[in-house]
Design a binder for this molecule. Structure first.
Ligand SMILES: Nc1ncnc2c1ncn2[C@@H]1O[C@H](COP(=O)(O)OP(=O)(O)OP(=O)(O)O)[C@@H](O)[C@H]1O
Length: 278
């Protein structure tokens, strides 16, 4: 099924965010527009300070946008929405240390009023899908960083979001754990037929994970490029990363991020990049 025939899950329409500090204003995001279709996996990349976290918080309903709108499954988002879950980088701060792993995963379901039997089933399923079925009775501080992030992913998955937002979730773990978590997220994405928007600094990670990479400009931020990742669906850390096409896509995303670092919003791109995308 092509995107033209798939349902639009998430609409970000003319989103603007102006930060106001005392008498000064700073426009972080400007008239930013894009859609995510059902089942898409998109990565957001851009220079440091380009507004990735600001954008994700506005989409998640955790921060009020100055103008524009976010629509999830046809409903305007005006605060944390039921159909969206967020996984942050700082797993240490997103899990409650005094609660067991099971209780952490259970909490949002309880708050949402899911009946007890259904909650138990979903918690068990979510922990199994991240390979932590034996760790339910442990406390977060008894687990490694990678395991804690898997708990955070299980908690997000258990709420069955139609859109999962991830803000640099693997930035604080070692390279081997990161590779394992990347594969875990792709597997969960397929198994649960989720739509994922994943923020990362890591260009290789964006190409490895996504079907689409959105490159942000510098502030005030717009979507500078929307790049289709036409790699085979089945990804493998060794095979995919040594594929010649992977190298070409990585170079393309890299060049566009480099360009974004110096780009004033609205300028056209240099000829070399225009040719590369033709
Ligand atoms: N509370 C705030 N008040 C004023 N300006 C802010 C505030 N939060 C962020 N900014 C500014 O908005 C811009 C975007 O910040 P944001 O953290 O969203 O960028 P980012 O792309 O996520 O950064 P990084 O890649 O370094 O994590 C930056 O210039 C930042 O200084």
């Amino acid at each position: 099924m092509t995107n033209a025939t798939k349902k639009v899950r998430l609409e970000v329409d003319q989103l603007q965010k102006i930060y106001q500090t005392n008498a000064t204003e700073f426009e972080a995001v400007r008239s930013l527009t894009f859609n995510l279709h059902d089942g898409e996996f998109a990565c957001l990349v851009g220079p440091s300070g380009s507004g990735k976290t600001t954008l994700l918080k506005c989409i998640a309903g955790l921060m009020r946008a100055t103008a524009g709108r976010v629509v999830l499954d046809g409903q305007s988002v005006n605060g944390p929405a039921k159909g969206m879950a967020v996984v942050f980088q700082e797993y240490g701060r997103s899990l409650f240390p005094w609660m067991t792993v099971e209780a952490n995963v259970n909490l949002p379901l309880k708050s949402a009023g899911v009946p007890k039997a259904e909650r138990s089933r979903r918690v068990a399923e979510a922990l199994e899908s991240v390979g932590l079925e034996a760790a339910g009775a442990k406390y977060p501080w008894q687990l490694s960083g990678g395991m804690q992030q898997r708990v955070a992913i299980a908690r997000a998955v258990a709420s069955r979001p139609s859109v999962l937002l991830m803000d640099e979730p693997f930035a604080a773990v070692d390279a081997q754990t990161r590779a394992d978590l990347e594969d875990l997220v792709r597997r969960i994405w397929k198994e649960h037929n989720m739509t994922i928007l994943f923020v990362t600094h890591d260009i290789d990670e964006s190409v490895y994970l996504a079907e689409r990479v959105l490159v942000l400009s510098s502030s005030p931020t717009v979507i500078q490029n929307d790049i289709t990742i036409d790699l085979p669906q089945v990804r493998d850390q060794l095979v995919t990363r040594s594929d010649a096409r992977f190298g070409e896509l990585r170079a393309e995303v890299y060049e566009r991020v480099q360009f974004a670092k110096t780009n004033v919003t609205g300028q056209s791109e240099p000829a070399r990049l225009e040719e590369a995308s033709a």
